[in-house]
Design a protein around this ligand. Structure first.
Ligand SMILES: [Ca+2]
Ligand SMILES: [Ca+2]
Length: 504
């Protein structure tokens, strides 16, 4: 647990004895308290993204729909603007739909600081200058409205990235409104360094200032009114807690889904923030465990270790799950060899689609794009005409895995139960069930290099199912089979892949 978290929990304003007793009580009564809390909120039920598939786009690096707005574009420089924009994104919505995603997350599209800082342009959107306008590189507010109209026509939801911690380095407001920002003296005086000191030197907003609060509340209301369904709130570790609580209350009453980014969050951190009012956080601990197991050849037992904690989550179906994003090296980059990266990305994407939560796919992961740390992980998206046959086959596997998940209520929204394995298998095998409406699906991840068969006693797995003739995986073109007979589960699994089987 990050140290700062201890200073910002919801009970921080209570006497320590009360806080401790409350925490112990919630540890004992966990589920009961959560359900009481849920029923207390029936007046404005929490919004849900369970069953959704989110596709993440960084508009500057996605598709250029209007060359007329390409000021200072230099595609040879990974730190410069590359010309992608909202009209390009609108034109590519059919591509995202063809993949099967149901929701779109855009990194920030606000008006940015005009110049570069550290020889880097604000192409990424995280250096805002005006929270209620679209940057001219991305287009206009009209272009934004056109995009929203197109998503609504397509039945897709929109998640907008919101910066609430800072302005861009050279935003005009930094000089105009010094009282809005924490300076060196505030940073020196505070015990909450993560919150009140500048993140990467960015002008740090003082959210306790009522004018700052108004700017940020108004920004959320502005974009909600334009048809945004959900917000991804950036860098929440660095934002004042009372302000966050108030912001979340407003979003909740407006029906907006909220997704917080706490870099490196584990299950405990996600659970704490779900209790505090976020619908979802990114589960970074699972991303790291999947990367290490699937890409780097470490054991699946660490993935099982993360999944074993799912019971701590008040709303496990809402947690955001991902293989990579714009802040970490590309998933496929975990191996030197391109074909290996493609094969293991297929494995990773199939595995992702078996898990309980909300899968998030970063643009290009569906073709196993490569790239190291920022900005190499933000190479320009390439579309069908530019793909190699191998990239096309990664796309086809991704599209199929998403379709299989969407067609299965159990995979989309079912309860998840981790099955205990004999110790000799727990590094190379991971088994869990997903179940809704009495229709169990078995997920089987296999980390061994080569095809392997397993026969495991049902009673040792805690699994109660009837006999089952040999049944193929739900994923197309995958040579994986399960059968049940004589009190045993029999599995035949290809090397380094994840399968899903309907158990009835
Ligand atoms: Ca453009
Ligand atoms: Ca801050």
């Amino acid at each position: 647990m990050p140290k700062q978290f201890l200073h910002s929990r919801p009970f921080a304003d209570l006497p320590s004895g009360v806080a401790l007793r409350t925490l112990l009580l919630s540890a004992v009564l966990g589920a009961a308290l959560v359900s009481a809390r849920a029923s207390a909120q029936t007046a404005s039920p929490p919004s849900s993204f369970e069953g959704q598939i989110i596709y993440q786009v960084m508009p500057d690096r996605f598709a250029d729909g209007n060359p007329a707005n390409n000021a200072a574009v230099d595609r040879t420089n990974p730190r410069a603007w590359h010309g992608g924009d909202l009209p390009g994104l609108t034109a590519k919505l059919p591509y995202i739909q063809q993949l099967g995603a149901t929701a779109l997350w855009m990194t920030p599209i606000y008006r940015q600081q005009s110049g570069n800082s550290f020889e880097t342009a604000a192409y990424h959107g995280y250096w805002p200058a005006n929270f209620q306008d679209v940057d001219p590189h991305f287009g206009t507010l009209n272009d934004f409205d056109t995009l929203i109209g197109a998503t609504q026509k397509a039945g897709m939801r929109v998640v907008l990235d919101q910066v609430i911690n800072h302005y861009g380095y050279t935003a005009d407001v930094v000089k105009q409104k010094p009282a809005w920002f924490n300076g060196e003296s505030e940073c020196a005086a505070t015990t909450k360094k993560d919150v009140d000191c500048a993140l990467a030197g960015l002008p740090d907003l003082k959210q306790s200032n009522p004018e700052v609060q108004k700017v940020l509340f108004d920004a959320a209301a502005f974009w909600r009114a334009r048809g945004v369904d959900a917000f991804r709130y950036d860098a929440i570790k660095h934002v004042e807690r009372p302000f966050l609580n108030a912001l979340l209350a407003r979003d909740r009453s407006a029906g907006a889904w909220t997704l917080g980014e706490w870099f490196d969050a584990d299950t405990g951190t996600v659970a704490e923030w779900q209790r505090a009012g976020f619908d979802s956080l990114f589960l970074f601990s699972l991303q790291a465990a999947m990367r290490d197991a699937i890409m780097s050849g470490q054991g699946l037992d660490r993935v099982a270790g993360v999944l074993a904690r799912a019971g701590e989550l008040p709303r496990p179906g809402e947690v955001a799950l991902f293989l990579d994003n714009h802040d970490v090296p590309r998933f496929a980059n975990g191996t030197l060899f391109e074909d290996d990266g493609q094969a293991r990305t297929k494995y990773g994407l199939r595995a992702l689609m078996t898990l309980r939560g909300v899968p998030v796919i970063w643009q290009g992961t569906e073709i196993a794009m490569r790239g190291g740390t920022d900005p190499d992980n933000r190479r320009d998206m390439r579309f069908e005409a530019e793909w190699t046959p191998a990239e096309r086959s990664v796309f086809e596997v991704t599209r199929d895995a998403i379709a299989v998940r969407k067609a299965s209520p159990s995979l989309s929204r079912g309860a998840q139960k981790l099955l205990p394995l004999p110790p000799q298998f727990d590094s190379e095998l991971l088994l869990f069930t997903r179940e809704l409406n009495g229709e169990p699906v078995l997920a089987a991840w296999h980390n061994g290099k080569a095809r392997q068969s397993y026969s495991i006693r049902l009673s040792s797995l805690g699994l109660t199912v009837g006999n089952l003739a040999a049944t193929r995986s739900l994923f197309a073109g995958q040579d994986a089979k399960v059968s049940v007979s004589g009190g045993f589960l029999h599995l035949s699994l290809p090397g380094r892949d994840a399968a899903a089987f309907a158990l009835k």
